[in-house]
Design a protein. Structure first.
Length: 585
């Protein structure tokens, strides 16, 4: 079935590519050619075959990985000791580490400090990965430092070894150059994958380290248990450098404790955010979702510790108290609570982090964007979406349609993620690759040479089948789909919550309205049906499924359309690029 669907989609690609050239969301200003040339050159580092072979050889030896990274750094004109001047806050974790970094950077910027922030992946433009004072560096600045580093590496290449670092390693080296030459007061650095093997781990003397919530992800690299993953994350601990973590399952927490003791690193457990809130002081967070509270609590500890250890004065009320208090029965000592300063409160409130629990209301269409891509983060996403959707005003006639827009990449268990999304009761599930358009030639920032369109479409068709199977298994057991509806074979309101469902006639098994599109532009236009002012009306369904035409009518007539976009940060980035063209300027 997947092969047949793929053949059918291939036949439409040429026509769709032509349509993409004729219909755009809005006229866009052409980016500067020098920046685009820079990004195209950067993208060649995605497919450095000799480097990939070298990584395979080094994978079991983190020391070899770090030595290779140090070699690239030195060839670029820096030494590891130079990084000590950056006053780094180093953060790892499975979920929430980017949000922790965003909270931490915002807090310290609220003190008037000049901040650097290195994160991954980017959503719309690669320069988002390297920020100064919360803003992506300019295209001119990005190009300037890119060529500075690239040319130095070209001049010092050795034919016997990989002459260029791969994409992420290159950007990490480039970020260090940017932060040093632009003279930031501090740099918040997010680990890419893991910790021990990660190229950011050439940092030898951070001021403080953080570990956000742990979960299962990147199992082919980090291991298939939380204990193995905790061992990797604890690889960023350094002798004498305080580290903080949030509540973790006992097994992984014990591994973190052992790693900290092995590395002579003082490790502390963060109290919950409630402990920082007085009777009349509820902390307001710029990022939505209950799961962000533990991220904010970790950020408070990291920021406060940085301020103390750097000897900052006149920065508000910082109590000079011991960093931790051992409590009986605890694996890890508990860090103290303290009263957040006005700057801390403002920093938490002003934090922005696109694509994480983000809501974009556009008339009758509301987009809910969250780049969750692990089982635990999808669970948090579901809780957030259901609460956020409930808080929206309900249509008077009850005609609300819910749509899931999903994709997943890498070695993730897609079936497990999709199963967690079933309780949201979507009327349609839409699957498409992370490509904004079939041809990505004009958008170098989002090119991915390691994934072909055919491979991505095959996975989408598999996801479509998985979703249909999961929904069929649920039919007859879930009270949201009643027996009269299953037998009716019509488009009818579901009495449980007043939404519309496409239900085929009995006795056929439920053929879930799950659609596949070859690119995001086509998928979003079908979902919005011309009702989002930033999106043109669809010129063709682009989906090979009988539900597409009937669904278009429902979407055109619904008083409210709620769309959850999740499963991949790259997917969310592509959606943001189409919904907010200003982000591409």
């Amino acid at each position: 079935m997947v092969a047949r669907g793929l053949r059918a989609l291939r036949g439409a690609l040429r026509a769709i590519a032509a349509a993409e050239r004729r219909f755009s969301t809005r006229p866009a200003r052409a980016p500067a050619m020098d920046y685009q040339d820079t990004i195209r050159t950067l993208n060649t580092l995605q497919t450095n075959a000799s480097y990939l072979e070298q990584v395979k050889r080094e994978r079991g030896d983190p020391q070899a990985q770090l030595e290779a990274m140090r070699g690239f750094l030195e060839r670029s004109g820096l030494k590891v000791e130079d990084l000590d001047r950056l006053n780094i806050i180093h953060v790892t974790g499975t979920k929430g580490k980017g949000s922790v970094c965003a909270f931490t950077e915002s807090i310290l910027r609220s003190y008037g400090l000049k901040t650097g922030f290195y994160s991954s992946p980017h959503l719309v433009q690669v320069r988002e990965r390297i920020r100064i004072n919360g803003q992506p560096i300019s295209k001119d600045l990005f190009s300037k430092y890119f060529w500075l580093v690239y040319n130095r590496l070209e001049e010092t290449k050795d034919p016997a070894c990989a002459s260029m670092p791969a994409y992420f390693r290159f950007l990490t080296i480039m970020a260090f150059h940017v932060f040093l030459q632009e003279k930031v007061d501090l740099a918040v650095v997010e680990v890419g994958i893991g910790g021990a093997y990660d190229c950011t781990n050439i940092i030898r003397a951070p001021v403080v380290c953080g570990v956000s919530s742990l979960g299962i992800d990147h199992t082919s690299i980090l291991g298939d248990t939380m204990e193995k993953i905790a061992w990797q994350k604890g690889g960023i601990f350094k002798p004498g450098v305080p580290a903080f973590t949030v509540a973790q399952p006992e097994g992984p927490l014990e591994v973190l404790r052992d790693r900290a003791q092995e590395r002579e690193c003082p490790l502390y457990l963060c109290p919950e955010l409630d402990a920082f809130e007085g009777d009349n002081q509820a902390l307001e967070l710029g990022l939505a979702g209950a799961h962000q509270r533990s991220n904010a609590a970790l950020a408070l500890q990291l920021a406060r510790t940085w301020l103390q250890l750097r000897g900052c004065r006149g920065l508000g009320e910082l109590k000079e108290v011991p960093l931790g208090t051992e409590l009986v029965g605890r694996l890890v000592p508990l860090a103290p609570t303290f009263r957040p300063t006005d700057a801390m409160i403002q920093g938490l409130r002003d934090t922005e982090w696109l694509g994480r629990t983000q809501v974009l209301p556009r008339g009758p269409v509301t987009w809910y964007l969250d780049g969750a891509h692990t089982t635990s983060s999808i669970q948090a996403c579901v809780r957030w979406f259901r609460q956020a959707a409930l808080n929206q005003d309900k249509p008077h006639d009850g005609s609300e349609v819910r749509v899931l827009l999903f994709n997943a990449t890498g070695d993730r268990d897609t079936a497990a993620l999709l199963k967690l999304l079933l309780p949201c009761h979507f009327d349609y599930a839409v699957f498409c690759p992370n490509f904004t358009e079939v041809s990505m030639a004009s958008n170098a920032d989002q090119q991915n040479f390691n994934v072909t369109l055919e491979t991505a479409l095959t996975r989408c068709l598999e996801n479509q089948q998985t979703w249909t199977r999961l929904l069929e298994e649920k039919t007859g057991q879930d009270p949201w789909l009643s027996a009269p509806l299953r037998a009716g074979g019509l488009l009818q309101p579901a009495p449980a919550r007043g939404t519309l469902l496409l239900v085929p006639p009995a006795p056929r098994p439920l053929n879930s309205p799950a659609l596949v599109f070859p690119c995001l532009a086509q998928a979003l236009r079908w979902v919005a049906q011309g009702r989002d002012p930033h999106l043109a009306a669809p010129t063709t369904t682009g989906a090979h499924h009988p539900a597409a035409s009937s669904g278009a009518v429902l979407l055109q007539e619904a008083a409210a359309i709620r769309v959850l976009v999740t499963g991949s940060l790259h997917l969310v980035g592509g959606v943001l690029r189409l919904l907010d063209p200003a982000l591409s300027q």
